[in-house]
Design a protein around this ligand. Structure first.
Ligand SMILES: [Zn+2]
Length: 292
């Protein structure tokens, strides 16, 4: 069985070269239309960048980063990946909170979806990389959708509220999906998962930042494979230096997950989008445009 997959791939590849029209005809009924939109889900002015290093790499430094959400069209399905800062975040950051994070949100997710003619009830799935407030903030607006999370993360948030709060997670921000009556609205994953079974969207489990943190591999027909990082890394320098934020849940798991994601990116020749990195997100099409 080990050799079956490479053989099939080799056959598919040679079929593409010998007879492209046959390959396209054969592939089209099964290949869903894919689009990837980037939504601006907040700005985060980090006044003490050293919180992103458990080895004091950034003493005395500050940096502006962004919060990002992504909307993926998969055939007739709409999948939201992360939901950004809470809707109640001020449009202009309050400088007097005492927090190392100055938060602002110019437009809610719902307001941005209007630009592409989508209403919150049109969203079929809400995938959450992890439970931090800057990733689940807008989730409750999508109460008709199915929540996709790692089971470890969901259980941690909902069954150990004190520990979760200490790890900067609040299950109230996903309350639309919690409770026995909402069980059918949760797709809880145990490890890596091919969401639609067709290779287009793959959840990659990467524990360490939080107990059940994950990234998403999106296979786009023209752009090719793209990795949405979750918070495995927060900006380019922190990726290149293989750094571990001071607030991560587990250091050894974080480093193992960094190895895993770097290897996967290499093997797929994937484009990495670090969700909090301004440069990666500025380079993406602006709404209503998208990658395909
Ligand atoms: Zn984050």
């Amino acid at each position: 069985m080990k050799h079956l997959k490479p053989l099939l791939l080799a056959f598919a590849f040679s079929a593409c070269i010998v007879s492209p029209s046959f390959a396209e005809d054969a592939a089209s009924p099964a290949a869903p239309e894919m689009r990837l939109y980037r939504l601006a889900c907040g700005e985060i002015g980090v006044t003490d960048l050293n919180v992103f290093s458990d080895t004091d790499r950034y003493l005395g430094q500050a940096k502006d980063i962004v919060a990002s959400c992504y909307l993926i069209k998969h055939g007739d399905d709409w999948v939201l990946w992360d939901t950004g800062l809470p809707d109640a975040t001020p449009k202009v950051a309050d400088d007097n909170t005492g927090s190392p994070f100055k938060l602002s949100l110019k437009e809610t997710l719902t307001e941005q979806l209007v630009k592409i003619g989508i209403k919150p009830e049109d969203i079929d799935y809400v995938g959450i990389s992890h439970g931090h407030f800057d990733h689940v903030g807008g989730a409750n607006a999508f109460s008709n959708a199915k929540l996709i999370m790692q089971k470890t993360e969901y259980d941690f948030m909902t069954t150990q509220p004190d520990k979760a709060r200490a790890a900067h997670m609040d299950s109230e921000l996903i309350s639309s999906f919690v409770g026995p009556e909402k069980e059918a609205q949760r797709m809880l994953l145990s490890g890596d998962a091919d969401i639609f079974g067709d290779g287009t969207l793959k959840a990659i489990v990467l524990p360490g930042h939080t107990p059940g943190h994950m990234a998403l591999l999106v296979n786009l027909p023209e752009t090719g494979p793209v990795v949405l990082s979750g918070d495995q890394w927060h900006f380019h320098e922190n990726h290149e230096s293989n750094g571990v934020p001071s607030f991560n849940f587990d250091r050894a798991d974080t480093l193992a997950s960094s190895d895993k994601l770097n290897e996967l990116i290499k093997n797929h020749k994937a484009k990495l989008i670090i969700q909090h990195e301004p440069k990666d997100n500025e380079a993406l099409p602006k709404l209503p445009e998208y990658l395909k």
